[in-house]
Design a protein around this ligand. Structure first.
Ligand code: ADP
Ligand code: MG
Length: 718
């Protein structure tokens, strides 16, 4: 069994290629190998690969070397870079230079500077973890994620990935729980490998992630003319253009030259930063694109994902563009997701979700697969919660993105094998065969044994799962933390069940029947989560309901799940999050939801009163003048007067709807969760009603009076 995964910077045997081809901006393993004394290099590799504690003497040498490398490349400052619970990244720069007391400077950067920082953390959301008066928070160097240089027009900064922890030892960031969840999964996965005797030479198991990022590009000048895009990254008003995506002529279409130039420059920057970007194409909606990297160990993929989003934002203005990462910038047009491709790998490079040719005999694969199925069924609520946000609410289930019901697509080959396991001993693996294209000059293509299913939120795609419900603007750290934790729990369960049947001496025959027995039970108990049909259909909603699967339609009900005892216990048991740490995250998520909707509501009413109403009144006057001028000319026009009356009614509706949003926004329960419930029940419908009247006005007011760039202007780039 050997399908090698190709890890990049994070794991063994990496980095080299990226380093050689794309430049110098990563303090990668090969840079370290060249520059560090041999024993220091080896010691550091042991820390990176095996998690050995870092020797302080080693840290001093690494720091000095890193500093020299950074300065040679033009760096003047360094920063500990971390991912606080805002869901964004944070950095505070310090100069590498210090006055030497004799009118000059020395460059100082010690092991202590490298290993630990203490930003004043009081203004980051901590969800009650720390009060301002005890604001100490520390950043700790994450040696497993390579440092890199960020270049500005006249500045270069050495960026050191770190974890962020409070004085009391609680995780204040998204990285620590992710690392803990990988540990938890590794421990349980190793037990399975041990049972099968495939653990020889394996030090640990980690998860691999390749996130495909969808985004929109709009003209930057127009972007600044839309206060809603500026404050909320989504249009709060906008009538649908006559031509949207109906013709499906944008998807995989020719990339416009300006966009391609932007993509090429973003990719070049990303390569230099060690992010292995690979794929680019037009997406389904006009103005929508995708960028995807090669997969990496999950915590590095997660760091790189943040770098990728920031790079897209930074480079776009150079081409007169604005990159929009919001899940649903335009109503009635496809939204953006982040397909989180996920698998498990040994540190020797074996992908544990690779079915191999004779899948039905590959019991170890079937164990890992079944453990994932069980995990997703048992903890669908948690997975749903891990992707909940105000923005993703607009996208999930909108007939273009998976519904909020979390189910798994396996494809015919695996579904068939699981059925066989349920019956007894599996005997065959369905083959895809070859596709004959009917023209002799074309090659015969090997065919996959199952088709794809773009509608599934959690699809098996050959040798990995693709979690497709993740939002485009979200950090992938949290969904992966949840995924790793629930799978760790499931592997634990399966390992315990199998171990129970084994005597002191391993016996292959006994093992096979024990494994099949356990798999059979697990499949029987959890197969309801498997669904290969159309997830967008109404029938599926009814069917899922019949199967008793959770359908948490909006974020607010999904957040509530994080309070459930089952989930609190789960995170605690696998030492991923304490109850306090989990509570703080829930609190922050709810608070963010409330704040975002508050901002959107205020933006809406200010646009409605300040821009839409004046335009509408101008138009009203124009119509009124036309009606009276017609009358003065001695012509009776009944429909003219009727049109005026209708328009006047529309304008009164605009006023009423604006007031309703203002009133609803004033209702603010003291408890954030209650406030969020109020928003879903009261404010959101009021906002929707206001939107409808404004969109209707857009179709009725003279185009030259309309104060906002239209969807047509925004979606079709010149
Ligand atoms: P698509 O799903 O569009 O067919 P690919 O299968 O090539 O495209 O891969 C999509 C993403 O999945 C890429 O980022 C790729 O690196 C990633 N990927 C491939 N194999 C794995 C794996 N074993 N673990 C995690 N991600 C993977
Ligand atoms: Mg894909």
């Amino acid at each position: 069994m050997n399908t090698t995964v190709r890890p990049t910077n994070g794991a063994r045997d990496d980095g080299e290629r990226i380093d050689n081809i794309f430049g110098i901006d990563v303090f990668s393993r090969s840079v370290m190998r060249k520059r560090l004394p041999k024993d220091v290099f080896r010691s550091l590799q042991r820390t990176i690969d095996q998690g050995e504690p870092l020797d302080p003497a080693v840290a001093d040498v690494v720091a000095a070397t890193m500093k020299d490398w950074a300065i040679e490349n033009g760096a003047s400052h360094y920063t500990h870079w971390f991912q606080p619970l805002t869901g964004l990244t944070a950095e505070k720069h310090d100069s590498l230079a210090t006055p030497d007391g004799a009118g000059g400077v020395v460059f100082n950067f010690s092991g202590a500077d490298l290993v630990q920082g203490e930003p004043d953390a009081s203004s980051f959301p901590s969800g009650g973890l720390r009060a301002t008066f005890e604001a100490r928070g520390y950043t700790a160097w994450d040696a497993t994620s390579p440092a890199f240089l960020v270049r500005g027009d006249n500045n270069v900064t050495l960026v050191i990935p770190t974890a962020f922890v409070s004085w009391t030892g609680e995780a204040l960031d998204t990285k620590i729980p992710l690392l803990r969840s990988v540990e938890a999964l590794s421990k349980q996965a190793m037990r399975i490998l041990k049972l099968f005797g495939t653990d020889t030479g394996v030090g640990r198991v980690f998860t691999t992630v390749g996130p495909e990022q969808e985004y929109f590009l709009v003209d930057r000048d127009l972007y600044y003319k839309r206060p809603d895009l500026l404050t909320s990254e989504r249009t709060l008003f906008g009538a649908k253009p006559p031509k949207g995506q109906q013709l499906e002529d944008h998807y995989f279409g020719t990339i416009p030259p300006r966009v391609l130039a932007f993509m090429a420059e973003s990719e070049r920057e990303l390569y230099r930063l060690g992010v292995p970007v690979k794929t680019r194409h037009n997406e389904v909606a006009p103005g929508q694109y995708e960028i995807a990297p090669l997969f990496e160990p999950s915590h590095i993929a997660s760091d790189h994902q943040m770098v990728m989003m920031e790079t897209l934002k930074r480079v776009a203005p150079r081409y007169g563009l604005q990159a929009i990462l919001h899940e649903k910038p335009f109503a009635g047009v496809n939204g953006s997701g982040k397909h989180n491709n996920w698998s498990m790998s040994t540190d020797t490079g074996v992908n544990l979700l690779d079915p191999q040719d004779d899948t039905h005999t590959n019991l170890q694969f079937l164990v890992f697969l079944t453990a994932v199925i069980r995990a997703v069924d048992l903890h669908a609520d948690l997975l749903r919660a891990s992707i909940a946000s105000a923005a993703n609410d607009h996208r999930l289930g909108a007939n273009e993105a998976p519904p909020a019901i979390i189910s798994i697509f396996l494809g015919s080959m695996l579904s068939d094998i699981l059925e066989q396991v349920e019956q007894g001993l599996p005997k065959r693996t369905l083959r895809g065969g070859t596709l004959d294209l009917g023209a002799r000059t074309l090659p015969q293509l090997p065919r996959h044994s199952g088709d794809r299913n773009r509608t599934s939120p959690f699809a098996f795609t050959g040798n990995k799962f693709e979690f497709r419900a993740v939002g485009s603007s979200a950090s992938i750290a949290w969904p992966n933390t949840v995924l790793n934790t629930i799978v760790a729990e499931s592997l634990d369960f399966v390992a315990t069940e199998i171990e129970r049947t084994q005597g002191a001496k391993p016996n292959p025959v006994k093992l096979q029947s024990a494994v099949l027995g356990v798999l059979k039970r697990v499949i029987k108990d959890h197969k309801r989560v498997i669904f290969d049909g159309d997830n967008y259909s109404e029938e599926w909603h009814t069917e899922a309901d019949r199967r008793g699967m959770p359908n948490l339609r909006d974020s607010v009900s999904a957040f509530a799940v994080l309070k459930a005892k089952k989930n609190v216990d789960l995170f605690k048991k696998y030492a991923v999050l304490s109850k306090t740490e989990l509570d703080s995250r829930t609190h922050i998520a709810v608070e963010k939801y409330v704040k975002q909707l508050g901002i959107e509501a205020e933006t809406m009413t200010s646009i409605a009163r300040g821009q839409i109403l004046p335009a509408a009144l101008k138009h009203q006057r124009m119509v009124a003048e036309a009606v009276s001028a017609t009358k003065a000319a001695g012509i009776e026009s009944e429909d003219g007067s009727a049109a005026l009356r209708e328009f006047v009614d529309l304008v009164s509706r605009l006023r009423r709807c604006t007031t309703s949003v203002e009133t609803a926004a004033e209702h603010q329960a003291a408890d954030p969760h209650e406030h969020a419930v109020q928003i879903t029940g009261e404010l959101k419908p009021a906002m929707q009603a206001l939107r409808e009247v404004v969109d209707e006005l857009e179709g009725n007011v003279a185009a030259d009076l309309w104060p906002l760039p239209s969807y047509r202007d925004l979606l079709f780039l010149k």
